[in-house]
Design a protein around this ligand. Structure first.
Ligand SMILES: [Zn+2]
Length: 187
């Protein structure tokens, strides 16, 4: 499901011009069947579609500054990085009903920490699917999180499960079982 996390593209979707460092980048997300399609435009090309993009209820629009070189990740392994790593790992794999719920909860946690910014919730009534679109505050990536339609009563149990998953990440990998102790010489 590589459309779940999309990096800003290196070139404009319209003129194919390369983005330079610190160039403004106008991004539009739109739902296409079950996938979110992301298009990044340079300032000149975006002028031509600005009104349409901003008024279109079926798409989300945001503006960033293209960064040629991303700042190196902070070294301190703070909690939010664990939440983010877990979410990235889940989004990279097959998403079943359980992981969908976990991804949703992790995204909400990251939204509270302002790592992710909610852009829009897309709904595809034909397929009865809703997808939450987020923007990563630092990298400009877009994240698509399928809405699991959580019931309030499910949340406490799910929160416990997420805590368990995060705690597991703290633990060092299990040490190999010690071999039988050498026989103690009898005196
Ligand atoms: Zn362009």
């Amino acid at each position: 499901m590589e459309w779940n996390i999309q990096l800003p593209s290196k070139t404009c979707a319209n003129c194919a011009g390369q983005f330079g460092d610190k160039d403004p980048c106008h991004s539009v997300l739109a739902m296409n069947n079950v996938e979110l399609i992301r298009r990044d435009y340079c300032a000149a090309c975006f002028e031509g579609i600005r009104e349409q993009a901003k008024s279109d209820a079926g798409s989300a629009y945001w503006k960033t500054v293209y960064k040629l070189v991303l700042p190196p990740p902070k070294v301190d392994p703070v909690k939010k990085d664990k939440v983010e790593s877990l979410l990235r790992a889940y989004l990279a794999g097959e998403i079943d009903d359980e992981t969908k719920k976990i991804c949703y909860l992790l995204a909400v946690m990251l939204e509270r920490k302002r790592v992710l910014k909610h852009l829009k919730t897309f709904s595809d009534t034909q397929n009865d699917k809703r997808v939450l679109a987020y923007q990563h505050a630092k990298t400009g990536e877009s994240f698509a999180i399928p809405d699991p339609g959580l019931a309030m009563t499910e949340i406490p149990q799910l929160q416990a499960r997420v805590k368990e998953l995060l705690d597991t990440m703290d633990r060092p990998p299990a040490a190999p079982m010690p071999a039988d102790p050498p026989p103690t010489p009898q005196s």
